[in-house]
Ligand binder design. Sequence first.
Ligand SMILES: C[S@@+](CC[C@H](N)C(=O)[O-])C[C@H]1O[C@@H](n2cnc3c(N)ncnc32)[C@H](O)[C@@H]1O
Length: 242
Amino acid sequence: MLRGDNHFETDVVAAERILAAVPEIRDCAWSNRGFHQRAAKWIAERGVRQFIDIGSGLPTVGNTHEVVHAAAADARIVYVDYDPVVLLHARTLLTSDVSGAIDYIDADLRDPGTIVREAARTLDFSRPVAVMLIAIMHLIGDADDPYGLVAQLVEALPSGSYLALSQVAADIEPEQMAEAARRYNRLAYEKQRHRTHAEVSRFFDGLELVAPGVVAVQNWRPASEIESRAKSAMWGGVGRKR
Ligand SMILES: C[S@@+](CC[C@H](N)C(=O)[O-])C[C@H]1O[C@@H](n2cnc3c(N)ncnc32)[C@H](O)[C@@H]1O
């Protein structure tokens, strides 16, 4: 959806089938990318120096470590994904980084205990950590207890930590997004579960929601008018642990 170089023919075919029904999905992916970068930068500017990016995906433009290191060169970043192809790309990334400030964990979000344990090799959990769950929660169905998983991650963080989360909306352009999900679900391993504004807001229960709250991702502190005028059917927000 973001184009770039790090994908395969099969990804292109799948993306084209979804785009044929819902061309706006490409804008969603770009708006979400913008949210991801603005949230990471904003959190780094609040002094946070440790990040876990879960469901990092294939490397693309402006990955978390690039955005965060531009704002704070001494930050440490742990990437997590369970896709073996992402793992291959991560190995290249890690061998090109000699600072030891970046790590990659081959793990499943549905096992937060392993993520926290292995992230502790690189991060100090007595100091604030930002957990980035960007465009991953719609791939966690209700049977996997998505709210419980997020709560377990947040529980492991000290006060002053952040959660940045975005996921596909069930209540923006609902017919189009339902058709996109039907097409995606026929092609992909994970099944999509879109959520309403209220359902996405619930992920931030117990956290102090950073203004402007849970909003369409392009409206989360847009850096320009052009960015805010982009479209998306994704909710996103940032919360701070008191
Ligand atoms: C839609 S991509 C989002 C990538 C990136 N965060 C972004 O916003 O561009 C979702 C990623 O989450 C990963 N993923 C899905 N379910 C996962 C799980 N249960 N555990 C770990 N990673 C998962 C997929 O492999 C994929 O790389």
